[in-house]
Design a protein around this ligand. Sequence first.
Ligand code: NAP
Ligand code: MG
Length: 485
Amino acid sequence: MNKIDINKSWNYASAAEGTEHIQLKSKYDLFINGEFVKPSSKKYFNTINPANGEHIAKVAQANKEDVDKAVKAARKAFKSWSKLEPKERGKYIFRIARMIQERAKEFALIESMDGGKPIRESRDIDIPLAANHFFYYAGWADKLEYVFPNKSPKPLGVAGQIIPWNFPLLMAAWKIAPALAAGNTVVLKPAETTSLTALKLAELIQDSGLPKGVVNIITGAGETGAEIVNHSDLDKIAFTGSTVVGKLIQRSIAGSKKKTTLELGGKGANIIFEDAAIDQAVEGIVNAIFFNQGHVCCAGSRLFVQASVESVVIEKLKDRLSTLIIGDPLDKNTDIGAINSAEQLATIEKYIAIGKKEGADIYQPKCQLPKKGNWCRPTLFLNVSQSHTIVQQEIFGPVLTIQTFRTIDEVIEKANNTPFGLSAGVWTEKGSKIFKLSKKLKAGVIWANTYNKFDPTSPFGGYKESGIGREGGLHGLKPYLKFEL
Ligand code: NAP
Ligand code: MG
C-alpha cells in the first residue's frame, strides 16, 4: 500500500449543502402595502451568484413613482400601527422572529448563493442574529415607558431605510425590528447585488399577517436609494453603507425635518501585545479580517503587533493562512467565500496594486482559486506605514496591513490616526491595558481578546467618519422615537 503524505495529499471531502428544497421565484416584484406589485418602470435587473456567475433571479427596479407609492402605504399604515396596543406590536415582531428561525436554513442558503458568504457564517451568524434582533426588540415594544421614564416616547412616523450588501438579512433586521417596536412604519431598500433575502423576508412578513403597509421592501440601485432619501414625506432616514454616500445623504437632507442615523465605513485596529495568548490572537486576527471575505465595516483591517512578538505572530499567521479553505460558499468546509461582486473585486484589486506600487511587501498563500466567479486570496501587507493608502482607506476585502509598535502610547496614537472610528480589538493578558485602551481608543466598539462578536443587546456605531448614531440595544430604539416632555 502506498504511504499517504498527510501534508501534501490530504484534503477535506466536499460537503456542499443541497439547494433543491429552497423556493425562489424567477422574478421578484416590489413589496408595497402587503402585496407584490410590478414596478412602474417595468424594468428588472439580474441578481447573480458571485461564486459562479450564474443568474439566480430577476429583481424589480423601483423608480420615483414606486418610492412614492411605498411611502404613501407606510404613511397610511402608520395611523393604525402607531396606535396599536404596544403588546400587540410586540407579538407581530415576535412572530417574525419565530418564522425566521423556522425558515433559517432556506434563508442561510439564499444568503450564501446571492452574496457569496460561506454557509457556515450565514447559517451560524447572519440568520440567527437576524432572528435575535427581532426577538430582542419584540420584548421592548410594550416597555418603552420604562426605558425612557417620564419622557412620553412617541414614534417618529415613516422611516426610509437603506442597507448594504455585506450582511443583507441581518442589516434588514437591524433596521426593521427597532423601528417597528417603537411604532414606526418603514420603506426599506436592500443593496442591488443582494436583494433576495430581503424579498424572502417580505414573503415571510406577508405570511405573518403583519398589517399591510407597515413594512414595504422596494428594490433597485443607488438611484432608488436617492429617491427614498429625497422623498418629502419621510420622518427619518436610516442608512448603512459607505462614508461617501453617507455624506451625500447628509447634504441632501440638510434643513429638512428628517432625522438620520448613518452607519458608515471603518478601518479597525487589531492590537496584539506581547503578553497575549499568541495562538488565540492569531485566530482572532484571521477572524477579524477574513470573516465574510473582509466585507465587514468593523473588520480588523489594520494589525498592530508589539515588536517583540512580531516574527512569531507573522510566522504563525502565514502558517494559518495556508490552511484556509477558499471556494464554494455552500460547502460547509469553506472558510473564505466569493467576493460579493465583480465591482467590489475590482476595487480590492485596485488597492492591492496601490499597496505594491507604494512599496509594501505583499504575502498571499498559494491556494487554488475556483475558475469561475469573483475570488481574492487572503492578503497580508508588511512593511507599511501610517501614510500608505492601504493603511488609511477602507478596502472592504480580505486585505490586512501589518505594523509594529513598542509602547502602549505609540499604539494608541497609531490606532487613532484614521478618519474612521468604528471598532478595535485588544489582545493582552492584562486587564489594566484593556481598560486603558478602551478609554483611549476612539472607536464605537472595542473587543478584548476576541473580535467580531455581535449581540442585539449591545449598541453598535462609530465616531468620526464612521457615522452618527447607534444601532442595537436600547440605544437603537432612541433614533426611532421622539420625546414629549
Ligand atoms: P454604498 O455604496 O454606500 O451602498 C449602501 C446602500 O446605499 C445600497 O443599498 C446602495 O444601493 C445605496 N446607495 C448607493 N448610492 C446611493 C445614493 N446616492 N443615495 C442613497 N442610497 C444609495 O455601500 P456598500 O458598498 O453597499 O457597502 C459597503 C459600505 O458599508 C462600507 O463602507 C461599510 O463599511 C459600510 N457598512 C457599515 C456598517 C456599519 O454598521 N457602520 C455596516 C455594514 C456596512 P446599491 O447597492 O443598489 O447601489
Ligand atoms: Mg447576488
